[in-house]
Design a binder for this molecule. Structure first.
Ligand SMILES: *[C@@H]1O[C@H](CO)[C@@H](O)[C@H](O)[C@H]1NC(C)=O
Ligand SMILES: *[C@@H]1O[C@H](CO)[C@@H](O)[C@H](O)[C@H]1NC(C)=O
Length: 472
């Protein structure tokens, strides 16, 4: 799952000194030098006492002055020691120019087959895919349109005064034509006049004003077809390599983080450490995280700030980042090494795991998305918890964090080899609802792996699914 980033809380806002001090005190202290122990002089004893006071004062100073920084740093350092060896997973080349040109050819063939003259898009995941025009380009009220026609020719429509700025983008094309409009003209009329386009397919993310403008200029507009949608949903080898790299790394990050989490820590401290780890590995840009303890995890997209981890609670970690603009999206519900939960709660974890397995077993070519979603609900329904599995099984993952194909109850689309979709069942019971199932406290459990559809079935792009809360 993924949602827009919540702003991180300011450091130092809500850390209790107690658990930190506990952490210091739990550490084995260095053995005192024998000579000092043997010496009984009052002077030395006084000096020792003074020394202890200085140490105590120093600890107090550290714990009260900069608790978040020191504790956040200690989680980060603890996890980095285990994560560092996995940074090489990120050594994957970006999409080569030849692949962009091949995409333009595949699109042209599809347009031709559908009797459409051209595909038109605003800066979006589609332009990033076909022409390396980033989805991050700011849209304005003045249209900047990327046009790929059924002969695989590339052109763009641009306001004259912006032509220089746009020409400087790292667009990929074989040959290009630039169509400029100035402020005395209708951009759509200029486009019609210069290109003679009769029938165009408009990208699903283009704004309605674009479709309306084209229509108003006498160009027939058709919506994006399922065939064209599939072109980007089906991943090529270079994309799969990137998705594998970033998703495997993301799982390793969760694995490295887990043993460093302690009772008493706040959700925000763990979030900060996760972000610092991605940044240290060089992929902090696209970072986002949902880290929830205990009953806070009953809200799939996050609960309140400042919650500290208690004994008997799960830690839900849903995080991702991006590599060469391709996303990672991984969720694990874990327990730190010495922590435990009730048997009932542990059984619940295994019910979610069974739901994930049931979906996974069907993530084969030609299986229908709604059937896969339905299969994943069976184990949860058998446990009497059907109503608490509140969202779809998953979503496609690529240049967008959520894209086609969607694994939900209404989608009759069939999976194809090369498609990637998350498999992320969950059970969510809020503390308010807990009495409905005879419990006192709420909880939330989710497990998520992006799965590549291959001819032999599903491949978890994380490298491996979770085995237990202690082995994510
Ligand atoms: C695509 O754009 C990025 C960012 O501007 C650039 O680094 C990369 O070299 C471009 N790719 C190609 C194949 O030109
Ligand atoms: C999927 O279905 C299509 C059309 O029915 C068929 O041609 C293809 O062989 C099937 N693929 C697999 C892997 O079963």
């Amino acid at each position: 799952m993924h949602t827009t980033d919540r702003p991180l809380r300011a450091p130092g806002a809500d850390i209790e000194a107690k658990p930190l001090l506990g952490a210091f005190l739990d550490r084995p202290t260095a053995p005192a030098p024998r000579a000092a122990l043997a010496n009984r002089s009052w002077l030395l004893r006084a000096l020792t006492v003074t020394g202890l006071l200085v140490v105590a004062a120093a600890i107090t100073f550290i714990t009260t002055s900069d608790t978040t920084a020191s504790l956040g740093t200690s989680i980060e350092e603890c996890a980095w020691a285990a994560l560092e060896e996995h940074v090489s997973l990120l050594d994957v080349p970006p999409i080569p120019r030849s692949e962009f040109l091949a995409r333009q050819q595949r699109l042209a063939a599809a347009l031709k087959a559908e009797g459409v003259d051209a595909f038109i898009a605003e800066p979006s995941a589609s332009t990033a895919y076909y022409a390396n025009v980033s989805a991050a380009f700011d849209l304005s009220e003045r249209p900047f349109l990327v046009i790929l026609d059924s002969r695989a020719e590339f052109s763009y429509l641009v306001p004259s005064f912006e032509a220089g700025r746009i020409a400087a983008l790292d667009m990929v094309y074989d040959t290009k034509a630039v169509i400029q409009w100035d402020e005395t003209q209708s951009p759509y009329a200029v486009l019609k006049d210069k290109t003679k386009l009769g029938r165009v397919m408009v990208d699903e993310h283009a704004r309605f004003m674009i479709a309306a403008g084209l229509g108003g200029a006498g160009i027939e507009v058709v919506p994006m077809s399922a065939t064209v949608q599939k072109l980007r949903a089906v991943k090529q080898e270079s994309e799969i390599a990137i998705l594998r790299g970033i998703n495997r790394f993301t799982r390793q990050l969760v694995r490295a983080l887990r043993p460093c989490i302690r009772v008493g820590m706040t959700q925000e401290e763990v979030t900060q450490a996760a972000k610092a780890l991605f940044t240290r590995a060089g992929v902090g840009e696209g970072f986002w995280a949902i880290i929830l303890f205990g009953d806070q995890a009953a809200f799939p997209h996050g609960g309140k700030h400042g919650k500290t981890l208690q004994h008997g609670e799960f830690v839900l970690i849903d995080i991702g980042s991006s590599l060469h603009s391709y996303g990672s999206d991984v969720t694990r519900t874990v327990l730190p090494p010495s922590a435990t939960v009730s048997k009932e709660l542990l059984d619940m974890w295994h019910t979610v795991h069974a739901a994930q397995s049931a979906g996974f077993e069907l993530m084969h070519p030609n299986q229908t998305c709604s059937d896969i979603d339905a299969a994943s609900r069976k184990p949860v329904e058998a446990a009497g918890l059907g109503p608490y599995y509140t969202h779809r099984l998953g979503h496609g993952l690529g240049l967008e964090m959520h894209e086609h194909p969607y694994l939900n109850g209404a989608n009759k689309e069939k999976l194809s080899i090369g498609e990637v979709a998350t498999n992320e069942p969950g059970i969510y019971v809020t503390t308010e609802q807990a009495s409905e199932i005879g419990w006192k406290t709420g909880f939330g459990i989710r497990l998520e792996d992006p799965i590549l559809v291959t001819k032999d079935g599903g491949e978890p792009l994380t490298g491996r699914r979770a085995l237990s809360p202690y082995d994510p």
